[in-house]
Design a binder for this molecule. Structure first.
Ligand code: NAD
Length: 358
């Protein structure tokens, strides 16, 4: 569903009803005419700790679209942090990207003031449209920032992608163990859709573990690099999901698992780093009906948020790595429980997260 479609659905709803129905929390707004800042911070849950979630800085057609997006993303963060067992809750910031931005550092310092005014109930981090340089500006005003430059060695400073890729790799190992009863990935054929920040680093892990790779990306340079460095086969990005392989790993787009694609998937496992892979919740059941094990996206791609939380709480790199390694057990448990309860894996993941949020 596009943001505009969600907006139309939301238009029929009273905002307080929506907050209550979705289990929020609170919703905060800020305007700063001096810098042009128009921002929303949605706090879904602080039950497990301060609400952690990225700051999205993209164009929205309307403020309603931005509110709905902030709420949807904040709720998703509660589930993601809960399934990862982090001592934080879920929140998200959305900043309306202005047509003209004359002083970006001042703009983000103004946003930092907004975060500061919430007194630590919300911790911000990187998301679409924001950069580590923006986070550094925010950090000049407030300590409640989970990603900055120069945060230490783990995961390439403040960049979450290496940790996300590491977690997805562990999740893939877990599903392989569950499905194929094997501890190694040697000779398994894995199709990666999207060789960007996460997909490329995941490809490196998989290559080092002896997997055979096929990759697709709309960016020819991205796939060429995987071919050169990992001997990957380049596949058309329109058809990568149809490949006859062991694992299909979506690392690019949301809603890739839908009515059109699922009947054409031949891989018995779907496990990748992309967010919001299921077009609709019921597609988890459709995958299960086809005998395909799906590693729920927010459970397998939580390495980045574990990394951000570790940086925020000044945990050692070793402790962060150990926590990311735990994604193996999370995914294995979800697979086991799905079969025991005869439920799709996404439903099982949601119920584990909801149990922890109660
Ligand atoms: P990225 O922009 O670096 O990489 C995405 C790649 O997908 C790009 O190379 C792009 O060219 C490619 N792509 C776009 N459309 C495509 C298509 N139709 N077919 C094939 N490839 C296509 O982004 P990223 O940081 O690697 O994130 C990838 C996914 O993982 C996103 O869904 C993101 O939300 C999710 N995710 C990322 C992180 C992180 O730490 N970066 C954390 C959690 C989830």
């Amino acid at each position: 569903m596009t943001v505009s479609e969600m907006n139309r659905t939301a238009a029929a709803l009273d905002i307080f009803d929506k907050l209550k129905n979705e289990g929020f929390g609170d919703l905060h707004f800020k305007v700063d005419p001096a810098t042009g800042l128009e921002a929303i911070i949605a706090i879904h849950s602080t039950k497990r700790g301060p609400a952690l979630g990225g700051c999205r800085f993209i164009h929205y057609d309307s403020s309603e679209d931005a509110i709905i997006d902030a709420m949807r993303l904040a709720k998703g963060m509660s589930y993601k942090t809960a399934i990862a067992g982090l001592p934080v809750g879920g929140g998200k910031a959305v900043i309306m990207r202005p047509d003209n931005l004359t002083d970006r550092p001042a703009f983000f310092r103004s946003f930092g003031q907004f975060v500061q005014e919430l007194g630590g109930r919300y911790i911000t981090a990187l998301d679409s449209g924001t950069t580590l340089a923006d986070m550094d500006c925010i950090a000049e005003i407030t300590p409640y920032v989970g990603s900055k430059t120069n945060m230490g060695k783990h995961g390439g400073e403040g960049d979450p992608a290496p940790s996300t890729a590491q977690g997805v790799f562990r999740g893939i190992q877990a599903v392989v163990k569950y499905k194929f009863k094997r501890d190694d990935l040697k000779g398994l054929h894995i199709a990666i859709q999207g060789a960007g920040a996460v997909g490329y680093l995941l490809a490196r892990h998989l290559h080092e573990a002896g997997a055979i790779l096929s990759v697709a990306d709309i960016n020819p340079e991205a796939v060429e690099r995987c071919k050169r460095e990992f001997g990957a086969t380049i596949v058309d990005y329109h058809t990568i999901h149809t490949l006859d392989c062991d694992i299909f790993s979506p690392c690019a787009l949301g809603a890739i698992l839908n009515d059109d694609t699922i009947p054409t998937i031949k891989a018995p496992i779907v496990a990748g780093g992309a967010n919001n892979q299921l077009a609709k919740e019921h597609h988890g059941q459709v995958l299960r009906d086809r005998g395909i094990i799906y590693a729920p996206d927010y459970a397998i791609n939580g390495g980045g948020i574990i990394h951000a939380a570790a940086k925020y709480f000044h945990h050692s790199d070793a402790k962060a790595t150990q926590h990311i390694e735990e994604i193996y057990n999370v995914i294995y448990t979800i697979c086991e429980r799905a079969d025991k309860l005869n439920q799709p894996t996404n439903v099982v993941a949601n119920s584990i997260a909801e149990e922890r949020l109660r």
